[in-house]
Write a protein that binds this ligand. Sequence first.
Ligand code: NAD
Length: 503
Amino acid sequence: MTIKQEVESILAHLGVSKSACTSGDLTVRTPITGEIIAQIPRITPLAASEAIAQAHLAFLEWRTVPAPKRGELIRLLGEELRANIDSLGRLVTIETGKLLSEGFGEVQEMIDICTFAAGLSRQLAGLTVPSERARHRMMETWHPLGVTGIISAFNFPVAVWSWNTALALVCGNAVVWKPSEKTPLTALATQAIFDRAAAKFGGVPEGLATLLIGDAAVGQQLVDSHLIPLVSATGSTAMGRAVAPRLASRFARAILELGGNNAAIVAPTADLDLTLRAIAFSAMGTAGQRCTTLRRLIVHTDVYDKLIPRLKKVYASVNIGDPREPNTLVGPLIDERSCNAMQQALDAARADGAVITGGERINTEDPEAFYVRPALVEIPTQTDIVKHETFAPILYVLKYSDLPEALRLHNDVPQGLSSSIFTLNLREAEQFLSAVGSDCGIANVNIGTSGAEIGGAFGGEKETGGGRESGSDAWKQYMRRATNTINYGTDLPLAQGVSFDID
Ligand code: NAD
């Protein structure tokens, strides 16, 4: 079976109509071979504004459904995803070039957030606050906010939708989704799965969860629509720079999940076997195309010569190729642009005096498929190119001699997503996690920078955008908080003892 035939069979199985994948001008290629696998129709600006208006109407109805009942829809969505993990996971692999285990892992993450959100639907609780006035009660209530706009990136084509959608729907909002133009097939498949869950639930308002396929211009429509009070946007820092001021200009809320430039510090006491495995997965997994990919390794001079030669061996021998094959550890880059960006970054590093192992393009028999050997780049100082996120498997390696120097290097980049320290020294580990340690949204000890669980709030600081999605109390951003004060007495005492007698 060709990849195209496999895609057609998966889409038919998931209930996506053939015309939805063959009749448009958005060309979809699989990065595995570079061949064209679909032609998708794009939404028109008019149809997009109608869909947003319909989502707003759906919100007005959905917000009156009790939250635990809304949770039942998400529980059903989780069941549908469980039943289709193989098909959707395989499609993720075909459309993005991730390993199969990563494709399945992405769908598992969707299932996990559904479980989390279904439970959350019974816990959207507010505080009770002691009032300073007699016979008064003060409390917080959380209400649905409105339509949530979701803009997602190619590298987590469906998990990001689920992090936002599971929470937004449980919170009583509707959602409108603009996926990456590089991954519309997995978006269509996900929408079909959602529609099945909605049919089982029964009575879901039309347009509660809507998919808009198109490019950045459709994303801008979400950003500019006064019917969308919250936009969750995942992608590059350049995208965030374009989106954030437009949202701010109309006082809309933003959850920004932007680029990372994640580092790990390897201290003298590190367990080097464990560290080596963690570095390999974090730096080369998903061919370096995770926002949490390890991009900078800051190694103590005492262990540099023990670790780096071993790491070079791993880089030289890692299996690169078709991500559907069980022995493959590194699949293709998403496209030619990404491959060119990698080569340009390596040229800049070379000019800065770096010594580079790997980095070359390989398996060139398919001209439209872009496989590269991950690059290990030993560089004397943290130059501009090291401070820039290149979305490809490049690991810059720097040396340090004391922890303050390592922390300085660690934090001296514009991004602030994920970070790790490898150490068995309690003082170092605690300092790394403290207020004067890592400045990132995610800080780990003795595990890599990538592979977060859904239970924690996910996101980062500085140019990563400051947003938080997924677990912990991220749900609060999808709701509006009201502070209520109730007077059950016969007097009208004013706060702070103010008197205002009109008799
Ligand atoms: P991208 O910025 O090219 O595109 C992301 C999405 O934004 C796409 O849907 C795109 O159409 C849309 N978009 C682009 N410009 C827009 C605009 N002006 N207005 C509205 N929408 C616009 O990113 P990409 O190449 O798909 O993904 C890779 C990037 O995403 C990397 O920088 C990576 O670090 C980042 N990322 C971050 C996270 C996170 O959680 N922090 C997660 C995944 C990816």
